[in-house]
Ligand binder design. Sequence first.
Ligand SMILES: Nc1ncnc2c1ncn2[C@@H]1O[C@H](COP(=O)(O)OP(=O)(O)OP(=O)(O)O)[C@@H](O)[C@H]1O
Ligand SMILES: [Mg+2]
Length: 494
Amino acid sequence: MVRERLRRFAPFRSLGVRIFIAVCIMGIVPGVILRYILLSSYETRAISVRKSEIQNQCTILADHLVTYGYLADPSSEVINAELEQFSSLYDGRIMIIDNDLKIIKDTYSISQGKIMISEEILRCFDKSSIAKHDKINRYIEFTTPITDRTTGAVIGVILTSVSTDNIAETISIMGRKATLFEVIVAVLAVCFSVFVSMNLIRPFRAINTAIIQVEEGFTEEKISVPDYIETEVISASFNKLMDKMNTLEASRQEFVSNVSHELKTPITSVKVLADSLLTQDDVPVEIYREFMEDITKEIDREDKIINDLLSLVKLDKTAGGLMNISVVDINAMLEDILKRVRPIADRAKVELILESIRPVSAEIDEIKLSLAIMNVIENAVKYNKENGWVKVSVDADHQFFTVTVSDSGMGIPEEAQAHIFERFYRVDKSHSKEIGGSGLGLAITRNTVLMHDGAIKVESSEGIGTTFTIKIPKTHTTADKETDEESRKDEKTI
Ligand SMILES: Nc1ncnc2c1ncn2[C@@H]1O[C@H](COP(=O)(O)OP(=O)(O)OP(=O)(O)O)[C@@H](O)[C@H]1O
Ligand SMILES: [Mg+2]
């Protein structure tokens, strides 16, 4: 949850800021932890050294007290001097308590003669001495038993309290120095992290600048930022995308110029015909009729081009044209197509032959596919010679059916075979002009075949003839609903 919020927080989404924070943390946090560990371990160590030192001193003192019989007579100059020296050396207070719990000596001379009852003292008479560190009030308190040498009994207690101020002072001096050091390290870490983050993200900035320059049209050069493998990969992907877009743009421009040219030709002819009629006086009715027939032909041509273009747009595989699939008798469908092409074939003196190797039925869009096959058969008739022939045959295996259209026509040059399925492509423009056509027929056929998940190929020898083979699966794998709906939307927009 917190991570998610942080991720959405705008500055954290910048790589530079993240690197900056990471380097800062790496530079500052170890210093802070180290300081804490060092200071606290120094304090523990200093206290424990102080404790054992004083404990030893007190044990020696207890021995002296017994030697000098101090508990019986606390006037010993030697001992009193030793006590004074001890208390001033360690900045502490020493109290000697006899077994009546009476304070017989207090180096602060405050409680002398008073009775002292405390848990620590009572426990010390039971031979368990105590060394207690009070951190808040900064002192260490010890109880040391004074033991009779002959009986071994505890005959008194030395209560010592020693200030730890000097240890605390040392720690605070060390702390101040550590803080100064940390501040210097933190400043250096911040400067270093700014430097590192700026340097690390520089190549990404360079990529962005290069992309913007390409986008704004200042350059068409390929971008190259080889600083990191990552930037190299991004540059390569971007260049690939640009290549693809340039190819698309080139084909779009070519298509637009082809369309405009093809659409303009019939209009120009109509204008020329109409102008020549208008500029002549007393034109005979026959000429009018002849010209008007030509004008009608040109208008029909324009109409065909527009219709072909529209069906191409609808058929476009990416637009996902809507398919109207049903089980169709392919033999009957071919017979029907041949019936429709026969008048043209008769006029061109071309023989049409249908060879049904076996009965075939398949799941197809009948209207679209018959138009596609008709385009191929029409071509076979159109680009044929007098007394030539066109043979259409249909065969199938368990998975596919194949329609083959062979002709005895002029053939297609090898170098043109790769282009005949392109929109507006015609092999020999001048020759094709006599025959007529816009170069869209095979593009429509190819798109229709692809929509049926099929394939179309051409084999041809110039002067001998051409064979088109269309292979289509007998069962149609339905495109998912979404595609159907999308295509319906597309149909509306067309
Ligand atoms: N069977 C064939 N024999 C020889 N050339 C052919 C044959 N089929 C097609 N071509 C060549 O391929 C070109 C493209 O054919 P396509 O059917 O796409 O266009 P078109 O026939 O010129 O015009 P459209 O079919 O749009 O009226 C034709 O112009 C023609 O040059
Ligand atoms: Mg054609």
